[in-house]
Write a protein that binds this ligand. Structure first.
Ligand code: AMP
Length: 482
């Protein structure tokens, strides 16, 4: 059988080109199932794990289907966490780069006014957490009249986090004539109810999750008393010597405690939990993504949908209470075809949770004895060596893409009656530049930003210093990146 490529779908050249740039050569399993059905605007319920390429599975058809000319938002993507909202926005921006799709993320703990100003601009796609999205709807700052596509991403998590009422309130505000796609790692009863209630004879797609969990992730566990966990953590990390590891704890206090203890032992580590400010959470996540430290101590906040490459180990310092969380946590490793290990610490009192988890994932998790003293001491040198060596930094896929892109700032916008077409008309006339080299254009009241693609930024910058836009000479310089 010949391989399917993205060019086999009815996708415009701008989207195919962006996918090439992202290094997506062939669709993943979930994309093979979802893209053709979504392009036909069918309602879909998709059971699949994060790490399967599900964001692009809905991102590609959405970027294809939205009409560039429409000024009001056409697609709404609801996610359980702010990090995921932001990541989905990035993914959509990358996929829609050459079609100049503008995506905006809205979530709590960030100034409402800033988001309001961004929503006033042309936004094709809006991503966000239910609470803040509802806030914008109620205050009239998010126009739903042209919404044609709704995605409920990680629906099970949204329900787990108690967002059901807000999600339903949002759905009730949306035009009836829309397409809805629901993605969920698991399909608990409440999620199914949501599907029946709000979707039109949805196509059910199920991607075999067991294969990916069992084949790519090596699950094991230690039975251990609470007071012996930290010693076990030290021994396990020495023996396993991970390149990149998330240690999950049940509470914020526990995260703080374990982080402090590891930090004192000079582990290259940091922490993340819901009690930290959003800016701090983003900063920690970005540093971890780049591989600046090896151990991230986290609550479940970090388990939801976050896409970080090459996490080799997930350690459940505390076993999750919900079986679904186990799947989410373990799914942080073994991504994009790689292998990984999920190691759980289970206290004797937690056997019940454990049997729920095992039944749920359809796997008997291998029980192991704590590493012996001899084993720990033979592995110690190697461990110390890695502890003291700088991790190799991972290239951020956005940074790679952005190298080819220069964002230009102009000191004129709506108040000077400047529109996107004015920039396109002017810039595309520069010799050696054409409309395909122009990316996302953002026009605000007094300033505008234009992305110049394909390494043509310096040329456009030079020329625009002596070229007028709509008869006006604007100040131009490279924008300071947000
Ligand atoms: P997700 O399930 O959306 O969190 O995606 C998991 C990872 O797979 C992300 O790093 C994507 O960039 C990557 N990915 C998505 N689709 C493809 C594809 N067709 N080929 C290669 N990598 C992909």
């Amino acid at each position: 059988m010949s391989k399917i490529s993205f060019a086999d779908y009815r996708l415009s050249p701008e989207i195919v080109r962006a996918l090439e740039g992202l290094g997506y050569t062939e669709p993943t399993e979930v994309q093979r199932e979802v893209i053709p059905a979504a392009l036909e605007k069918k309602d879909l319920t998709v059971k699949s794990q994060t790490g399967s390429g599900k964001t692009a599975a809905f991102g590609i058809p959405i970027c294809e289907l939205v009409e560039w000319e429409e000024n009001k938002p056409q697609a709404l993507i609801l996610t359980p966490t702010r990090e995921l909202a932001d990541q989905v926005k990035e993914d959509i921006t990358n996929i829609g780069r050459f079609k100049r799709i503008k995506a905006t993320a809205v979530y709590g703990k960030q100034p409402f006014a800033r988001q309001k100003a961004e929503l006033k601009q042309k936004s094709h796609v809006v991503t966000g957490t239910p609470g803040r999205v509802l806030d914008h709807i109620e205050k009239g700052t998010l126009d739903l009249s042209r919404m044609k596509y709704l995605v409920l991403d990680e629906a099970d998590e949204m329900l787990n986090m108690g967002f059901i009422d807000q999600v339903e309130a949002i759905i009730n505000e949306l035009p009836k004539n829309r397409m809805t796609m629901l993605f969920s790692a698991t399909l608990p009863e409440d999620v199914e109810k949501l599907c029946y209630k709000y979707m039109k004879s949805p196509v059910d797609i199920e991607i075999q999750s067991k294969v990916s969990t069992a084949d790519r992730i090596d699950h094991s566990l230690f039975i251990v008393r609470e007071e012996e966990k930290f010693q076990l953590l030290k021994d396990v990390t020495i023996v396993e010597n991970p390149d990149s590891c998330i240690i999950f704890c049940r509470t914020q206090e526990q995260v703080d405690r374990i982080y402090q203890q590891l930090d004192r032992l000079d582990y290259p580590c940091d922490k993340i939990h819901g009690g930290m400010s959003q800016d701090d959470r983003f900063a920690v996540m970005n540093e971890f993504k780049r591989g600046e430290f090896r151990y991230l101590v986290a609550t479940d906040v970090a388990a939801r949908g976050i896409d970080i490459e090459n996490i080799t180990h997930v350690i459940n310092y505390d076993l999750p209470m919900e079986k679904e969380s186990y799947v989410h946590r373990a799914g942080r490793t073994g991504r994009a075809g790689r292998t990984g290990k999920a190691i759980s610490f289970v206290t004797p009192y937690e056997e019940k949770f454990l049997s729920d988890i095992e039944a749920y994932i359809g796997l008997d998790i291998q029980r192991k004895d704590a590493p012996s003293k001899e084993e720990v001491s033979t592995k110690k040198d190697e461990f110390e060596e890695k502890l003291n060596s700088m991790p190799e930094l991972k290239a951020d896929k956005n940074e790679q893409l952005n190298q080819e892109i220069m964002k230009l700032y102009f000191n004129g916008g709506k108040k000077k009656k400047i529109r996107a077409v004015d920039f396109v008309g002017t810039i595309a006339k520069i010799e050696g530049v054409n409309a395909e080299d122009i990316g996302i254009i953002t026009i605000q009241d007094n300033v505008s930003y234009v992305d110049i693609l394909n390494g043509k930024g310096p040329l456009v910058l030079k020329e625009m210093k002596r070229t007028t836009v709509k008869g006006k000479q604007l100040k131009v310089h490279e924008a300071f990146k947000k």
